[in-house]
Write a new protein. Structure first.
Length: 147
């Protein structure tokens, strides 16, 4: 008993058109009514190129994780819900706006920041710090906090 050919010459002739239309290997096999493995073998035998496998999308190289307290996470969650966003999307957008609008110094409200490695005072770009600990302006100043 001879078996009926799964992919006829006419069916094989349509494969380049299907590839050009943007169909994947799996979609082509489904359209022709055969298994993916059969399609691969027959195309190899007939020297027909099939599309490559779809590439896996990688995360951007500059993505980093930042550890924050659970209290801060809870606060971000509730605020993000109010804006109809996920906490992750909310925090990402918030940090991007702070950086792009150059608000870091305004938020920290402290022109003289201690560097981690040396413990020395870091001079603010405006040059206001003379090496002495500066009194913090804003809401912290009203509470009497010092840098």
């Amino acid at each position: 008993m001879t078996s009926k050919p799964v992919l006829t010459k006419a069916a094989l002739a349509t494969i380049p058109e299907l590839v050009a239309s943007g169909l994947s290997r799996t979609e082509i096999a489904e359209r022709l009514g055969c298994k993916l493995s059969t399609l691969k073998v027959r195309c190899s035998q007939e020297r027909i190129r099939l599309p490559r496998r779809p590439r896996v999308r990688k995360l951007p190289a500059k993505t980093k994780r930042i550890a924050i307290s659970t209290d801060a996470v809870a606060q971000f969650d509730s605020t993000a819900d109010a804006y109809g966003m996920t906490a992750n999307a909310f925090v990402s957008r918030l940090l991007e706006l702070i950086v792009t609008d150059n608000l870091i110094d305004a938020i920290l409200d402290d022109p003289a920041l201690l560097t981690r490695k040396t413990g020395a005072l870091k001079v603010h770009p405006t040059g206001r710090s003379s090496g002495k600990k500066a009194r913090i302006r804003g809401s912290r100043a009203r509470r009497g906090w010092r840098a």
